[in-house]
Design a protein around this ligand. Structure first.
Ligand code: ADP
Ligand code: MG
Length: 585
């Protein structure tokens, strides 16, 4: 997509069904400004009435003051309400749009780095956008109006004074031009450093237990300190640029006052001005300096906020051009891999020249040592890789060409690392979708959750990332979550590793007993009774297919599987013996 279109899409969300609010806000802001400026005129009339000792004129000016106060109160109250509505709606719509766009991304496009960016965006960047872009735009409109009207009013009173004041206004304008660029650069820098800072906090807090148990507090505080310092340094640069611009503006406002006073005295002596008109000029000068003081920083800040919106547009709108994808809804025959090679990095081969066929409705056990490529194979089947050599097909459809949305209707995976939302067990199983009681009960039963549910109930809250449940309970919830989806292909990656032997046996056994399900199950618990139930055992070694076949065949071959089996069972026996020894004690 064209970059400027992305940017416009992002900005349009501020305005969607919000244009009237925006227009009214701008109008009311202009009215409030107009009322404030008109105070100079009233002041002039009051002083004139004093000069001329004209009581009628004085009372008339009192009426003006009354009108001004009432209108000010009315307009500013309305302004407050409508402006806040405008900003509320704009921000809520914008955030929803961003979040939706993020969820539109594919698994391949998402990364840890991206999530740091997005969290920073929701905290730091949105504040800046609210202040500098949304409120900023209104203020810019109001200050432009204020500047033009005030200069015109001054010109009506005395052209020389107006020209001198205009001349002085060039100072803050120049300062903004020079330091505005720096401000924008610093704004972007702050945003980038903030991303890094937030990413680091998440990372360090995620490892809280590890830090404590390895007594790494001091080292971690140093890590924190470095990034903290870099961020604050960037923010200081931003503040410096802002301060210089404010300082020059303050200087010019003092200059304007001095010039008006000097010229005013000269003109009063020359009798070309009265005290009343000089006072009106002084009152008006406030409204000249304010725009020059604020207008350029506002414009610069608004441009800086635009840069942020651009950055957000880049993050959320970017999609890899993946071309037309095939939609699938089932498998008819098999999943077939031919001469499949998968690499993480250039020289990091995780699977090499693998040839395999997983037939519909059959069960496959995937075994092999740690790092042999089991998880990689499952990831490939889930479509996580955009690049591989050889072919990998669901029936006749090459995985790389399959629309992932449709692939996930066909295949589900229970992963080693379980993620649970801080919602009820039921929500975590159904993933917030509607299922019948029977469907839920069945998933609960097969995943071995029945006793947990009868103890805690379906509405039990799982806690942040499931912290209210044990590792085994979390795994069972994630198994139930996959089973209830009812996909024809089920992948499991050491999904029963945290379960006790008996529960693990029961869960795996029940899953192997299910009808019409194609199963590829990574397992490290090598139990004869279960292994016998698989149609085929696939043995990987260093990313290559080492052996495949039924349990008895592989045992008789006395090859790699045979030794894996013996090692696993020797360990298991040793564990059992250790248990027994403990109990005997
Ligand atoms: P298994 O699940 O059998 O233990 P994996 O499929 O996870 O093995 O890993 C296979 C190989 O790929 C290992 O050598 C591992 O170090 C490497 N690997 C796994 N994940 C990544 C990754 N995200 N980036 C780089 N290398 C990886
Ligand atoms: Mg693994």
């Amino acid at each position: 997509m064209n970059k400027s279109i992305e940017f416009r899409n992002c900005k349009n969300t501020f305005m969607a069904k919000n244009k009237l609010n925006f227009a009214l806000t701008a109008l009311l802001q202009i009215l409030v400004t107009a009322v404030t400026i008109s105070l100079a005129y009233v002041l002039m009339v009051v002083v004139q009435s004093m000069e001329q000792k004209d009581t009628a004129m004085f009372f008339q000016s009192l009426i003006y003051i009354g009108i001004i106060m009432v209108s000010f109160l009315l307009f500013s109250t309305l302004l407050k309400t409508i402006k806040n509505n405008y900003i509320k709606k704009a921000l809520a719509q914008f955030k929803k749009y961003i979040f939706k766009k993020i969820l539109d991304k594919s698994v391949g496009e998402f990364s840890g780095e991206l999530s740091g960016k997005i969290i920073s965006l929701f905290s730091n960047d949105l504040n800046s956008i609210e202040l500098n872009y949304l409120s900023g735009t209104i203020m810019i409109i109001s200050y432009i109006f204020m500047f033009i009207v005030t200069i015109a009013a001054m010109a009506l009173i005395n052209v020389t004074i107006m020209l001198c004041v205009l001349g002085i206004c060039i100072i803050p304008v120049l300062a903004s031009l020079v330091f505005g660029k720096k401000l924008m650069k610093k704004e972007k820098e702050t945003s980038i450093e903030n991303e890094g800072f937030i990413e680091q906090i998440r990372d360090l807090l995620g490892g809280f237990y590890v830090i404590k148990s390895f007594k790494a507090e001091k080292e971690v505080i140093n890590l924190f300190g470095n990034q903290n310092f870099i961020l604050e340094e960037a923010k200081r640069g931003r503040r410096d640029a802002n301060d210089i611009m404010t300082m020059t503006a303050q200087l010019s406002s003092v200059l304007v006052l001095v010039v008006i006073l000097i010229l005013g005295i000269i003109f009063i002596f020359q009798e070309t001005m009265t005290i009343a008109t000089v006072i009106a000029c002084i009152q008006l000068s406030n409204h000249v300096v304010d725009p020059t003081k604020f207008l350029l920083p506002l414009i610069t800040n608004r441009r800086a906020a635009s840069v942020l919106i651009n950055k957000i547009a880049d993050v959320v709108e970017y999609h890899e051009d993946t071309g037309e994808k095939t939609k699938i809804s089932r498998i008819d025959n098999s999943i077939k891999l031919s001469e499949l090679t998968v690499k993480y990095e250039k020289d990091k081969v995780a699977l090499k020249n693998v040839n395999l066929e997983f037939k519909k409705g059959k069960s496959y056990a995937l075994v092999g040592g740690s790092g042999s490529g089991k998880s990689t194979l499952l990831k490939l089947l889930m479509g996580y890789f955009n690049d591989y050599q050889g072919t990998a097909k669901y029936d006749d459809n090459e995985i790389i060409d399959i629309d992932l949305d449709s692939l996930y209707d066909v295949v589900a995976v229970v992963q080693q690392n379980v993620f649970l939302f801080d919602k009820s067990i039921k929500d975590n199983i159904t993933m917030f979708k509607e299922f019948t009681e029977e469907e839920i009960d069945q998933a609960v039963l097969v995943s071995g959750l029945s006793s947990l549910i009868s103890e805690k109930g379906m509405e039990y809250t799982c806690g942040e990332n499931g912290c209210n449940l044990s590792g085994g309970e979390k795994q069972r919830v994630s198994i139930a979550r996959c089973l209830i989806k009812g996909t024809p292909v089920l992948l499991m990656d050491e999904a029963t590793a945290s379960l006790d032997n008996a529960t693990a046996f029961q869960v795996e056994n029940d899953i192997l007993d299910m009808d019409m399900l194609t199963r590829i199950i990574v397992t490290h618990r090598l139990q004869e009774q279960l292994l016998n139930k698989y149609d085929e055992i696939i043995v990987l070694k260093d990313g290559a297919l080492e052996e495949q076949g039924g349990f008895d065949n592989l045992m008789n071959a006395k090859g790699y599987f045979y030794s894996l089996y013996n090692v696993a069972n020797a360990n298991a026996n040793a564990n059992d013996n250790a248990h027994l020894a403990k109990e005997v004690k």
